[in-house]
Design a protein around this ligand. Sequence first.
Ligand SMILES: C[S@@+](CC[C@H](N)C(=O)[O-])C[C@H]1O[C@@H](n2cnc3c(N)ncnc32)[C@H](O)[C@@H]1O
Length: 294
Amino acid sequence: MVVLRGLRRRWNAYKYRFVPWLAFNVRRQRRTLRYVPESSQDKIVPDEIVLETLLKVFTALLVNDFGRHVPALSLLPAVGRRYAQLRSAALQPGAGSSRSRQVLLSPEEVLFRTLGFSVTRDRSSLLSAGTGVFVSKGFVPKGALVAMYPGTVYRKHEPIFFQSLGNPFIFRCIDGILIDGNDKGLSRSVYRSCSWRDQLGPFQMSDVSWLTAAPQNPLAVGQYVNNCSYEKAANVCYQEFDVPRHFPVELKQYLPNIVYSHEIESHLRCVVLVTLRDIKQGEELFSNYYTIVN
Ligand SMILES: C[S@@+](CC[C@H](N)C(=O)[O-])C[C@H]1O[C@@H](n2cnc3c(N)ncnc32)[C@H](O)[C@@H]1O
């Protein structure tokens, strides 16, 4: 009996890393476990709002990190001019005093000043669930973008077998696209290598800092959100977002996703986490691992 219970506990902790089990259950349970009604294909947050939110946060991060970007920005005059406009808009009276804006703030503080909350990783409130993600400051209203799911983006036929072994961070989109959000081992090396491959002169086309303990994009912690349970209902949900081609090149350095290969022209797939209800400071985020809105 004790042995059986032990085995069951180990399986419950392991099954989310077992890709065939995940694939089977996503397909089988999509109908019953989705938080959006079957009749509705609408996203909880429209794409335009997701884009607007990302642009707002990324611009604030760029403005805050001004010194580091001056050499790169001066190489592309058009981008430099756009950046100068963004910066002066951000420094206008009413957008915070210019003196306080000159000080380099932590990314979490920039997020708090921009969206009214910040999120961080910490020990989960669930026993033996490892790390989780918490609203560390402020308040997140229902229907807001609260985090991003970082990682390498694989299309169906692309080789992910070795990266997937014992990997609990593989996220499956409804159309079969996979996102590997593991910040360790082979997954980490693949992400870094793709990121170097895509670098455009001084411009990074993606953010590699989510692989560290101090991500420069503070939203890029969604891979650490734990699964809901009877006691802890889901308060966030996954939503797919394709990055439009016109996304500003100077802001791509904050995107925590990269495509594994460039075989065909396609949009970069991101997955964002959006809130299902108001979430207060100190609360942990919980998702349903089978809930995706495409
Ligand atoms: C994507 S990871 C989430 C981050 C993880 N907590 C960590 O510290 O790395 C998924 C893994 O977290 C653990 N986990 C997630 N939700 C859980 C829950 N409700 N109860 C127990 N463990 C959970 C399982 O080990 C699962 O394989």
